[in-house]
Design a binder for this molecule. Structure first.
Ligand code: T4K
Length: 379
């Protein structure tokens, strides 16, 4: 039910895709039409892959894929991961599903209460002889403790994959986030700042892995033979055309989101019970993908759900990303590691989190109005 006089007359959604200029897209598509080549490593695909590798990923071997979910599965298959994979329950189901699709067992590890990422102090006690990898997520573009994960991985000879769906362009200490782990998987879904409608990229540490992955993403075909059980995970020329235009467009969106983020921080700082996103001072470039706050009901005086409802009544459709925890989904509840007593921080955070509307179509006044609705609820 809406308020009689909602603050916003029209719905404010969590995000809105950046739409590239239609005339410019037509020119790109004319090139595709003239070539008669629509997919299977076409010219646009080659150009986008090469540019992203050079301009964003510091020349690390990069493979474009059809979406990040399949990208995660491919990364797991490329690295020949077996047995058990330690991962976070506080993520979109795609992360856990990729492990299951690969026929492996996800093992949930609790999260750190500041970063909301896998808690590096709780990983080691979950390692057993069947463990072969860690699949961590840079949730909301806040980096995991990559150094500590690397130390643990080295000690126990584990592979590391980062689900970097939220972390495109994220840099720590002037290094691309893709520099860490054996592979990092990025999402280019329409809801992402940089997108190809659907799509993604896997960035590997080693070129030999990219070569393997490129065979796997094309049905396992190598020359005239099929050398592996591959899949079809190719990005097509229409998606790549959007991506090429987005490389320029994303800069304007980044500037707009920077201002929106600053406005949220100015408006919501120093309000008891509102916890702002962790400010990691190693970040030298942000991904600006999400803006998620937490409501500590004991201090704020109202629950997250109450705040969310009040926002909805005023036409603001914030989201409970990521509620419920993956460990609470009926498909994963049976796992030992899914038990609530093993995941106390994740269970607390999931009741507090709200991802607020965050896209360049919002004005500063929109953000101030959203914050005023929240502030009006403080006792
Ligand atoms: N790992 C992580 C940690 C992820 O968060 C994700 C995906 C993945 C892996 C897998 O990546 P992909 O396989 O998708 O590449 C959305 C996205 O579909 C999903 O990509 C994203 N994470 C997830 C966090 O959000 P929903 O179910 O919340 O989307 P939906 O349809 O409710 O849209 C969100 C909002 O955006 C709505 O308010 C409507 C608006 N919207 C959406 C679309 C698609 C538009 O205005 N226009 C549009 O075209 O999953």
């Amino acid at each position: 039910m809406q308020e009689k006089n909602p603050v916003f007359k029209k719905p404010i959604l969590i995000t809105k895709p950046v739409l590239v200029d239609l005339e410019k897209l037509k020119i790109q598509l004319e090139g595709v039409w003239n070539s008669g080549w629509l997919t299977n490593n076409g010219y646009k695909h080659q150009e986008l892959e090469a540019r992203i590798q050079k301009e964003i990923f510091n020349n690390l071997p990069t493979s474009l894929v059809v979406n990040a979910t399949i990208g995660l599965l491919l990364a797991i298959k490329t690295l020949k991961i077996k047995g058990e994979v330690i991962t976070t329950p506080f993520t979109f189901p795609a992360t856990t599903h990729a492990i299951s699709w690969a026929g492996l067992k996800p093992v949930f590890c609790d999260i750190n209460k500041k970063t909301l990422n896998i808690d590096v102090n709780k990983i080691e006690k979950l390692i057993n002889p069947k463990t072969s990898a860690i699949l961590a997520v840079h949730v909301f573009g806040i980096p995991c403790n990559v150094k500590e994960i690397e130390r643990i991985a080295k000690k126990y000879k584990l592979k590391v994959i980062y689900d970097s769906a939220h972390a495109f362009e994220l840099e720590i200490n002037n290094k691309s986030i893709a520099t860490f782990g054996d592979a990092s998987v990025f999402s280019f879904h329409a809801t992402k700042l940089f997108h190809t409608v659907e799509g993604g990229a896997i960035v590997f540490r080693k070129n030999s892995l990219k070569k393997k992955c490129d065979i796997l993403k094309n049905f396992g075909i190598s020359g005239a033979d099929v050398i592996a059980c591959g899949i079809n995970a190719k990005m097509n020329e229409l998606q790549a055309s959007v991506g090429l235009l987005m490389l320029k467009e994303k800069e304007k969106e980044r500037l707009r989101r920077k201002i929106i983020k600053e406005t949220y921080i100015n408006e919501l700082s120093n309000i008891p019970g509102i916890i702002l996103p962790f400010n990691n001072n190693e970040i030298t470039k942000e991904s600006l993908q999400y803006f998620a706050i937490r409501i500590d009901a004991n201090i704020f005086g109202k629950t997250r759900d109450f705040v969310l409802k009040k926002l909805q009544k005023n036409n603001v459709f914030a989201r409970k990303y990521f509620y419920p925890l993956c460990s609470h989904h009926q498909f994963y509840m049976y796992l030992d590691s899914a038990k609530n007593q093993n995941l106390p921080i994740a269970n607390k955070v999931v009741k507090e989190i709200i991802a607020l509307p965050f896209h360049g179509g919002l004005t500063i006044q929109n953000i101030k109005n959203i914050c005023n609705i929240i502030k009006s609820l403080k006792k």
